[in-house]
Design a protein. Structure first.
Ligand code: B12
Ligand code: B12
Lengths: 486, 141, 486, 141
């Protein structure tokens, strides 16, 4: 096999510092950041606020924390929201930023934020971390005994504020789910322009953790492409000096498949990180995450059941974190109360089930794991092939040729020639393979599984099946068995 | 139907939730409409200019991320100025932030000039039926 | 092994008819019952109202129904309560009777019932089936498309009304949990006096189903005594002509132990029914049932999680029914709404998890099953020994000598020399064995498991540990690991 | 304490929920009280006669099954006639049917003559502390 490479035009440190300043100068609060003082502040944080340490502690103690979503514009409300989370056992707290902040429209945010503070109304769908700046955000961090992670935006203002995660590497989430026109080349360049910020902190003894999202499957779709992208994210982040990371593993609702992905993802991550020579990069755990559509808010019963199913999966797989929504996921941004009750339910399951240290073997997990592993290795080989050993070049060519592809993409530069449906047991299968290089025998496996469902439903699976499947779980019914008494 | 009506779809403002509008667009096409699918993050101005260019009969907007009201500030005035008072306006999705009673939401957005306002997870067929009804009423179908 | 016997003084049919009438004459509504018409009515019922057929259908179709609690005095409200249940997927509906009815105080009930109907207030804690009588109760049965079961009382009024279960045999529930002074001999006589009512119906082609309760462990306590009593109940019921039955399997909250009991109970039931020569008696399924204290009503999160845990156990064990409480279990008799939302949560899990046909192996299940099986066989051998082959005589002597014993009993004729606590994983262990004949090596197993917990908690387990354990699950914490960050 | 007060426990009426009163009785004994444990399903009359025989200082009733109010109809009058006006009366458990606000329940049962009324899952120590306080206040401890 060729020597594996990651193209990376590194820039000199002086230019780096200039660029970092330029980034911060986009908004006045950037002035609050003094790089060395930020390092000092980070080093002054207790272990309970340092993301990677919290995760490792959770794993060592055989515990689990919910990793929720939480973002509301007014500082005081944000603090009380986070305290509510902590009270219900959450020690990994996100600072979900609003959409305008994510898009750098700070001017606009400022106006709305002032209106929020005047009226007391949450007019933004998240916490505008840039506009709030360091002083205020430190107040948030210091008022809750937990580790914080900026979501969607934050940059060095987040770090200076004491949040302890950073996303380096090729982030497919932004490319695949949030943007309309970005090209994969732009994504690669952005993550490859030598901005080794996370490395700069690491060199000074501040280890920032990251979660790997990969290419979010926004619908029932096999995870192989997503996991491939998490591996790409991992090695490119490691190249930037990221020393701690953990994968989000998207649970699509089929127990065997979910448990298989949870077992497979960190294993392959470790293997490829080592292959690329990043033996010192830690994998701090795994975080099962909920993807399929959520039961409509009106059905609180289904909402709780869905949450608790994911909690059971996380507990049975001995994960140390779980990315959980609230019972209001289908309705809108959750209130403090809906969050608390949701996470108390989760906590019950963690404390009662997780701590039983249950050892279990689920049939079909091995098969699902084998299938996914073959798919992932084949795709990665193809990518390294295309890049002639360079994973970044390979990735660019792979996306451009549809070797990496995902359905329902908002991005015009994505082929979007693939489609997924559930099989008779609710497992995700390829309906259309597009250009994803999947071995013939594996394709047959998918076809046969889909055929079982077609037999059960008495009609061919097609685009409309895929659309219906968007709701198969939120409506609390996997395909197949018709309603009782019919 | 004699004439094929033109419908514009897309998510307004910075909303990245594109799946719904994609599903809707395909359903409209299957129902025989000419669909100009703008995809996600379409500015109000773009909706207007495209409506002018394509002589659209209707605009079916989506917004799930909760910022629709802000995104649409002044939209109604602009489209009137642009002489698009006759274009049918629908919007659907999670239109506000958090859990709220749809009745209020409906009032809010009708005040912003929308003819019909749909809650999350609305079945596309429902919307399409309404659209046919409204178009027929205007003698455009 | 000696020839197995069940003492049974059978009376002649004329006397039987007299006794049945006498029973019905206790309250005017008894007049509504014409035995032959009752048989005809039962035979006219659709399969969907016949308990044993519904259970078998559920099992064949790989489905599950909640088997809830439901009893409210006013007919109209009872109907709407049951319709609410049916809407949330319940097809096995109990008619829980009020406490006064259970104790035959029909005079008193009548007064209160009239007040209920006048004021519209539910002043009874259940449905007074005797006072309502046949016509009214048929109205209930006919207005909901599901099978009905009388709980606690009902007699032939229930049968004539179209409810399709009947409890024959030695019902330990009444003896062990509901009465203060009944002797085991009285229980034996009552169930052995030859009142072969269920057999009378069976002879006429009407098969009434029963659930086996055994001796309810009202606290964390190993299930072996309970399962022994279910076996006694089963064979004595079969002797009365009961052709269809299924066990309630009490889930105490430890997954391995719960799954073990669910697997073990029907297996041993079948074996002993056959041994006693009742090969034609059907076991229509298994019904996991929730026992430990419920999370206090205030914590809805915990309540949902607890319900959903039990549902997961039921789903993973492929049971066809689950005896589920509502999120208000700790608060009081549930309203129609709290029931519905609870059972919708359950339904989500059944439809999504149960229908995945998950095959799983949980470590320790085999061990727990082996331990319980040895205990059960040893106890049963001892009983047959005491009875010199007669299981009824043996049971009488066993209870009198504490060979059969259970903690916290309200009955003054129970030894109550035993006690249970949870181990470090939440499994139920014997703390005090009393006179239960448990083999030394098994006793050591329990002691060692308890010792693990003592080590973890740094103090000896005693009476107070057992009391604390009454709440260990309702408070959402199995013993062991101290709270995070301490 | 100089004098050992006598306390009667049990569940009233047809209530079979005996665990609570058992736990409570043992706790009272451990706290040094003389406990007359009547167990489950004790009639109001029995509480009264036993109180007379044993010259009890307090009666701690339990009821979980929701029928307490009915079971205690006329109890207060009877105990007054029996000259037991001085006996301290507590009751605890799920005193009514269904979910209700404890404040109301408390009012209801105080009207029935109870000095203190406890919600489900009350910690026994709390009740025992109250009892000591009330007994001291009456100079009975
Ligand atoms: C998938 C998803 C995402 C994906 C979107 C992927 C993509 N590019 O499409 C990602 C991860 C990128 C995402 C991001 C965010 N999301 Co999001 N997301 C969802 C989720 C889970 C499902 C949405 C979906 O795809 N539904 C499926 C489609 C088919 O249904 P639909 O859009 O409702 O459309 C149907 C009908 O409504 C109807 N319809 C739609 N429009 C119209 C219009 C007309 C005229 C008619 C007639 C009918 C119609 O037709 C469709 C087919 O039936 C929802 C929660 C949920 N519902 O479970 C949250 C949710 C919408 N997201 C939310 C939020 C807050 C965000 C973020 C701001 C932050 C975050 N939490 O990540 C960002 C915002 C990004 C941005 N700039 O917009 C919130 C919105 C909160 C609110 N409004 O109060 C939700 C409700 C989750 C929550 N409770 O917090 N999200
Ligand atoms: C176990 C149980 C049973 C067992 C009882 C076994 C036995 N012989 O004890 C069985 C199966 C027999 C049973 C039967 C019934 N039960 Co039941 N049962 C329960 C359950 C699950 C637990 C009760 C318990 O043991 N708690 C543990 C003890 C230790 O706690 P405790 O009693 O509250 O006592 C503590 C404190 O309250 C305090 N305390 C108690 N009394 C007093 C008094 C004073 C003065 C003080 C200071 C403190 C104090 O000290 C104790 C220790 O801390 C509850 C639901 C729940 N809570 O989870 C339902 C529950 C009490 N039962 C209920 C009902 C309706 C029944 C039945 C009518 C029908 C049925 N559903 O089966 C029958 C009635 C039988 C009868 N005639 O009474 C309802 C009551 C409804 C209501 N009040 O609105 C409940 C709440 C369940 C429900 N939501 O439907 N039940």
């Amino acid at each position: 096999m060729k020597k594996l490479r990651i193209s990376n035009k590194r820039i000199d440190d002086e230019l780096l510092m200039k660029k970092r300043r330029a980034e911060l100068d986009k908004w006045p609060t950037g002035k609050e950041v003094d790089f060395d003082e930020a390092v000092a502040y980070q080093k002054s944080l207790p272990d309970s606020k340092i993301w990677w340490k919290v995760m490792v502690k959770l794993r060592e103690e055989g515990r689990m924390s919910v990793f929720p979503r939480a973002g509301t514009p007014i500082l005081e409300n944000m603090i009380s929201l986070c305290q509510g989370l902590r009270d219900s056992g959450v020690v990994l707290i996100p600072v979900t930023t609003d959409s305008y902040t994510r898009l750098g429209q700070f001017e606009k945010v400022q106006g709305i934020l002032e209106e929020c503070e005047r009226t007391g109304k949450p007019l933004l769908n998240g916490y505008p971390i840039i506009n709030h700046g360091v002083k205020k955000t430190r107040k948030l961090v210091e008022s809750v005994d937990a580790a914080f992670s900026p979501r969607g935006a934050g940059g060095e203002i987040a770090i200076a504020s004491g949040l302890t995660t950073w996303n380096a590497g090729m982030g497919f989430l932004g490319f695949g789910s949030y943007s309309k026109n970005m090209t994969i080349r732009e994504l690669a360049e952005r993550s490859q322009n030598g901005m080794r910020v996370v490395g700069w902190y690491a060199d000074r003894g501040v280890i920032l953790c990251t979660d790997l999202h990969g290419w979010l499957p926004s619908s029932p779709f096999p995870l192989s492409v997503c996991i491939v992208c998490e591996i790409i994210e991992a090695v490119t982040a490691a190249e930037q000096g990221q020393k701690a990371m953990y994968p989000l593993v998207y649970c699509m609702g089929n127990m065997a498949q979910d448990l298989a992905s949870i077992r497979l993802t960190p294993r392959l991550l470790r293997e490829y990180l080592d292959k690329f020579g990043y033996k010192d990069t830690m994998i701090t755990g795994t975080c099962p995450s909920q993807i399929p559509l959520f039961p409509v808010a009106m059905d609180m019963g289904g909402a709780f059941a869905y949450l608790n199913y994911i909690c059971m999966i996380a507990a049975l797989s001995k994960s140390n974190a779980v990315d959980l929504r609230s019972i209001d996921e289908g309705a809108g941004i959750p209130s403090r109360d809906t969050n608390s009750v949701s996470y108390r339910a989760a906590k019950w399951i963690f404390d009662v089930v997780r701590e039983q240290k249950i050892e279990l073997e689920v049939k079909d997990v091995d098969e699902e794991e084998k299938v996914a592993e073959i798919e992932i290795r084949t795709i990665l080989d193809k990518i390294l092939d295309l890049g002639d050993g360079d994973i970044v070049d390979g990735t660019i060519k792979a996306v451009e040729s549809g070797v990496l592809d995902s359905p329902w993409s908002p991005n015009v530069n994505v082929k979007d020639k693939v489609l997924g449906v559930r099989d008779a047991r609710g497992a995700c299968r390829y309906l259309e393979f597009g250009n994803i290089p999947i071995p013939e025998e594996i394709k047959d496996f998918h076809r046969q599984k889909v055929a079982e469902r077609e037999k059960l439903e008495g009609k061919k699976a097609d685009y409309h099946t895929a659309v219906r499947d968007l709701w198969s779980f939120s409506k609390g019914k996997i395909v197949g068995i018709p309603p009782y008494n019919q | 139907m004699k004439r094929v009506p033109t419908v514009i779809t897309g998510t307004v403002g910075m909303d990245a939730h594109v799946i719904g509008t994609k599903v809707l667009s395909r359903a409209l096409r299957d129902a025989g409409f000419k669909v100009v699918e703008l995809g996600m993050q379409v500015t109000p101005e773009e909706f207007i200019s495209v409506a002018q260019e394509t002589r659209a009969d209707a605009i079916l907007m989506s917004s799930l991320y909760g910022m629709a009201e802000l995104d649409l500030k002044g939209f109604n005035e602009k489209r009137m100025e642009a002489g698009l008072g006759d274009v049918i306006l629908y919007i659907g999705g999670n239109l506000v932030i958090g859990r709220t009673d749809h009745k209020e939401v409906e009032k809010k957005f009708k005040a912003l000039g929308f003819d019909r306002v749909y809650p999350p997870e609305t079945d596309t067929d429902a919307g399409i039926e309404d659209l046919k009804k409204d178009l027929k009423a205007k003698g455009k179908m």
